[in-house]
Design a binder for this molecule. Structure first.
Ligand SMILES: Cc1cc2nc3c(=O)[nH]c(=O)nc-3n(C[C@H](O)[C@H](O)[C@H](O)COP(=O)(O)O)c2cc1C
Length: 179
């Protein structure tokens, strides 16, 4: 099974989640390619059987680099005739979408668009979305965002994702690879 972990992180929270995904997959005895996205990278997504894709949430959407990557890959696969009407499933191809988010205003509602946005490229390509994971990620502590991690709808999220989040993640990674 060819496995890819593709992610964007600006302030380091999604880096932590992505690293634990990769470490867990390797601990389970699989090989995994891990790519931190910076924009239009030519990655052959269709060569993978299982893809983890994730990002921090910024104004309800994934990071700009991942948005650009998705737009460029969509254009590439559309031109290649791989985006088909009714998006038939590609046998055995699976994707897990994950995010880290702060939810200071409307809680997890403001992370939902980002997760749905990321999943659509893969859904269009015929991958089965087997899970969507939401992990809390504290806002950067300095400057104008100082209070976001303590005064929001989800209470005090300072220090997230913490080790308990990452242990939960390990269980989930183990679970989805059984599917
Ligand atoms: C400029 C900025 C905008 C953000 N916008 C949102 C948002 O709209 N919704 C949300 O839930 N979290 C938002 N967050 C919180 C981030 O999603 C959270 O800190 C996440 O863990 C960042 O991921 P990263 O460290 O991998 O970049 C924002 C953070 C920053 C710095």
């Amino acid at each position: 099974m060819k496995i890819l972990n593709l992610y964007f992180s600006s302030t380091g929270n999604t880096d932590k989640v992505a690293s634990r995904i990769t470490a867990t997959v390797e601990k389970l005895g699989h090989r995994i390619d891990t790519v931190k996205i910076t924009g239009d990278q030519e990655i052959d997504l269709l060569s993978y059987d299982f893809i983890f894709v994730g990002s921090g949430v910024y104004q309800w959407l994934p990071g700009k680099g991942l948005q650009e990557f998705i737009a460029a890959r969509l254009a590439h696969y559309a031109a290649a005739g791989e985006i088909k009407y009714a998006s038939p499933r590609r046998s055995g191809k699976k994707v897990v979408v994950y995010c880290t988010y702060g939810g200071a205003h409307t809680g997890s509602n403001e992370a939902v668009p980002a997760v749905k946005f990321m999943g659509q490229l893969f859904d269009h390509l015929g991958f089965e979305i087997v899970a969507e994971w939401y992990y809390l990620g504290a806002y950067p502590g300095q400057g104008r965002m100082k209070d976001f991690s303590t005064l929001g709808r989800l209470g005090n999220i300072t220090g997230r994702p913490h080790e308990a989040d990452l242990l939960d993640l390990e269980e989930r990674v183990t679970g989805v690879l059984r599917v």
